[in-house]
Structures are given as structure tokens and as C-alpha cells.
Design a protein around this ligand. Structure first.
Ligand SMILES: NC(=O)c1ccc[n+]([C@@H]2O[C@H](COP(=O)([O-])OP(=O)(O)OC[C@H]3O[C@@H](n4cnc5c(N)ncnc54)[C@H](OP(=O)(O)O)[C@@H]3O)[C@@H](O)[C@H]2O)c1
Length: 250
């Protein structure tokens, strides 16, 4: 078996905890540490593992990387963290998988600059399923530009705005946001459906989110495939398309 990829996870909130569950149960990875803002009342280790949870109020990234070296950082914290660990990952050639969805253009420019010295992936939507759906829908759109396209998104009752993922799908497929139908009821975690209406057939591509652990599955895919890339700045699409190209060549 090839060597495990050693990982440091930044962020231990709603998403980070679920991602830690996935990464710590995957034999391809060794989750070496988890960093959060403050390590106040919570447990000192991720449940059922030896992975320490470290508060950055007490410790710097430089110190952390020195004491517990890693091959990759996975970020589910906030946009500020990038600037706290950025020069450390650059200096040490540590790969970065960032799921932060709130980066400004300046933050993204900085992340791109890190790509000159290491492998960087930024993905504001990191589930494998949604990214696959977008790639597949885009391909069908190119094959059948004459088909009608509708996007249906369903979420829990209190979600106020149109889902960012539905807007991303509309933007990628170059259809008007008016083609998005939003339904709000009960406790639906997230449902996205792209419907292609042909004259004599209908195609539906559907993705349902079930648990936040899906973010961990996406991060694991990114970590594995980024490991085979040269230094650079990548999106989730880049990795999926790279895989598809390799499959087609076979
Ligand atoms: N790309 C995707 O598909 C995707 C999916 C889910 C979430 N996300 C992103 O992931 C991030 C976290 O989401 P969430 O729902 O888990 O939020 P959350 O529950 O508020 O958790 C945020 C976590 O990040 C830590 N944190 C915040 N700022 C930090 C800093 N400067 N240094 C170190 N740790 C810091 C917090 O530490 P404390 O607990 O000590 O306060 C907390 O553990 C958000 O940016 C969100 O957009 C992306």
C-alpha cells in the first residue's frame, strides 16, 4: 500500500467535524491534527481517535507544522486562516484543499500565488456529486443546445435565498436564473435537479445531499487526485476532467 497522506484539518465546526469523521476513517489518510480558533471546552481529541484538536490562540501554524509535519492542509474554517498558514504551506510545499466559499478576489489571487510553489485546490462547493452533476450537465448542454433547461432546487423551510449551487449550475449552463425553481419545505438538506426537455425525451440529473460527511468525501477525492498533480492552482472541475480524460484515453 502506498504511503498515507498526512493531513492537518483547519476548522472544527459543523462541516469540519463531519470532514474529520470521513478522513479519520479512510485508510489512505492520516489525520494528524485539527486546528480551530480556540480549544476551550471541547474534547482534546477527535472522538475515537488520537487526533489532537489544537487551539490557534495558544499556538502558531509555524509551530504546528514544525512539531507535526503534514503533506496537506484541508481548510473548513474561515477566509482569514488562508493568510495565517499561507506562507508556511508555500515554504514547506504542503498541498492545500480549501473549501472556503467566502473568499474575496484578493484572497483568491493570494491562493493562486501559492499555486506557484505548491498544489492548491479551492472549491466553494466540494461535494463530488454536485461537481459531477455540473460537468455532466454541461456536456449534455453542449451536445443538445436546443433542449429546454430547467433547474429545480429544494431546501429546508427556512432557507431564504436561492441556493448558490443552483445559481452556479445556471451560470455554467448559460441559462437565465429565471429558469430556477426553488421549493421550500420541511427539513430537506439539499436537492438539485437539472431537467433537459428534448422534443421526444426528457433527461433529469439529480443530486440529493444527505449528510455533511459528503464534504469529507469531496475533500478526500481532492486530496487523492491533487497528489498526482504538478504545483498549480486547481478547481474541482479540473480534477474531475483530468480523471475523465485519463479514463477516455484508456
Ligand atoms: N465548499 C463547500 O462545499 C463547503 C461546505 C461546507 C462548509 N464550507 C465552508 O467551511 C467553512 C466552515 O463552515 P461551518 O459551517 O463548519 O462553520 P462553523 O460551524 O462556524 O465552523 C467554523 C470553524 O472554523 C474555525 N475557525 C474560524 N476562523 C478560524 C481561524 N481564523 N483560524 C482557525 N480556525 C478558525 C472555528 O473555530 P472555533 O470552533 O474555535 O470557533 C470553527 O471550528 C465556511 O467557510 C463554509 O463556507 C464549504
Amino acid at each position: 500500500m502506498s504511503k498515507k497522506i498526512r493531513i492537518g484539518l483547519v476548522g472544527y465546526g459543523k462541516a469540519g467535524k463531519a470532514v474529520a469523521n470521513v478522513l479519520s476513517n479512510d485508510l489512505r489518510f492520516e489525520l494528524r491534527w485539527i486546528a480551530r480558533h480556540s480549544a476551550s471546552a471541547e474534547p482534546r481529541n477527535h472522538p475515537d481517535t488520537d487526533t489532537p484538536i489544537i487551539g490557534l490562540e495558544q499556538r502558531s501554524f509555524a509551530d504546528l507544522f514544525e512539531a507535526m509535519p503534514v503533506d496537506a492542509v484541508v481548510d473548513f474554517s474561515s477566509r482569514e486562516s488562508l493568510h495565517a498558514y499561507g506562507e508556511e504551506v508555500r515554504k514547506r510545499g504542503v498541498a492545500l484543499v480549501s473549501a472556503i466559499s467566502a473568499y474575496s478576489e484578493d484572497d483568491l489571487d493570494y491562493a493562486r500565488s501559492l499555486g506557484r510553489d505548491t498544489r492548491v485546490l479551492c472549491s466553494p462547493n466540494i461535494t463530488l456529486g454536485i461537481n459531477f452533476l455540473i460537468v455532466a450537465a454541461n456536456l449534455l448542454r453542449k451536445a443538445a443546445p436546443f433542449a429546454d433547461v430547467n433547474i429545480v432546487e429544494q431546501h429546508f423551510r427556512d432557507k431564504p435565498e436561492i441556493s448558490g449551487t443552483a445559481r452556479k449550475i445556471a451560470e455554467t449552463l448559460e441559462v437565465d436564473e429565471g429558469q430556477i425553481t426553488s421549493l421550500r419545505f420541511g427539513g430537506i438538506v439539499g436537492h438539485h435537479e437539472v431537467i433537459f426537455g428534448f422534443p421526444h425525451q426528457t433527461v433529469r440529473l439529480i443530486h440529493d445531499s444527505i449528510r455533511r460527511e459528503a464534504f469529507g468525501t469531496g475533500a478526500a477525492f481532492a486530496l487523492e487526485h491533487l497528489a498526482g498533480c504538478a504545483n498549480g492552482f486547481y478547481t474541482f472541475d479540473d480534477l474531475l476532467l483530468r480523471l475523465m480524460r485519463a479514463e477516455l484515453l484508456q
